[in-house]
Design a protein around this ligand. Structure first.
Ligand code: SAH
Length: 248
């Protein structure tokens, strides 16, 4: 390797190779075990934590009124894999779910696993990496990004989040109880004692620190609405944090 070509020496994301990442994911089984790197039992706790987080976020809108929440109109599951989050969370809260996932065998498995009724609730399926996806402007109530952003370099992630910002549905000021829209990020957190991001050569991804995530959100012009650590995961896994973001 020509080290002089390294664009940012010492930065973990400089090592990301997206072709390598796709080769890794294409070699992984199209099931929950493959998605979660061998910890399939964590999916229930993960989805429960996400559901609580999203419900609190949506209730925050409604100023203490304990009425039932209106369904979200259209959401996106980004880096969706076999649709674990769509099936276990987003179908329960949204009318339409678009799916973005570069590995076609995962989205094929996802579609094949659905009932006819649920198939009709899947909107667009994009077999693209997030670095190449341009969300439709003003389209989404929630853009959910989980366990996939480590495949983008810092610069790609800033640019992607800026596009997501434009992809959020704008609140209609004429409708007094119109709901908000958010970008949600749920990712592993670096445990490096110096606060550095950690490169994983197996799937060519980085695990970022909370500090670096916040820096990237700021650069993208996003405001952090709320953040929470996922509770109840096995101690030998990375800590996981959820963030809800809106345009500044
Ligand atoms: N979010 C899903 C899948 C997690 S596994 C879940 O939580 O169940 C990580 C997923 O990221 C895989 O499906 C992999 O194919 C996908 N991925 C790999 N590179 C990506 C990229 N550049 N952009 C978006 N997703 C990517």
């Amino acid at each position: 390797m020509d080290m002089t070509a390294d664009p940012a020496p010492g930065r973990a994301d400089a090592a990301i190779n997206q072709d390598h990442a796709l080769r890794y994911w294409n070699s992984v089984s199209s099931d929950v075990n493959g998605m979660l790197g061998g910890f399939p039992q964590t999916t229930r706790i993960d989805l429960q934590g996400s559901s609580n987080f999203l419900t609190k976020l949506r209730r925050g809108n409604q100023r203490g009124v304990k009425q039932s929440l209106l369904p979200l109109r259209r959401v996106a599951d980004c880096g969706a894999g076999i649709g674990r989050i769509t099936k276990g969370l987003l179908f329960g809260v949204a009318e339409k779910v678009d799916v973005v996932e570069p590995v076609k065998k995962f989205t094929d498995e996802f579609i094949a696993s659905l009932t006819e009724e649920d198939k009709a609730r899947v909107g667009e399926v994009h077999n693209l990496g997030l670095q190449d996806w341009v969300p439709e402007k003003g389209a989404y109530d929630v853009i959910w990004n989980q366990w996939c952003l480590g495949h983008l370099t810092d610069d790609q992630l800033v640019a992607y989040l800026q596009r997501c910002k434009d992809g959020l549905r704008k609140r209609d000021p004429a409708v007094s109880d119109d709901t908000d829209s958010w970008i949600v990020v749920k990712e592993n957190m670096s445990t490096n004692i110096y606060g550095d991001d950690i490169y994983d050569p197996e799937d060519s991804s980085v695990t970022r620190s909370d500090t670096n995530f916040r820096k990237i959100f700021r650069k993208a012009g996003l405001r952090l609405i709320t953040t929470q650590e996922q509770k109840g995961f096995p101690k030998d896994l990375y800590p996981v944090r959820m963030y809800a973001l809106k345009p500044e």
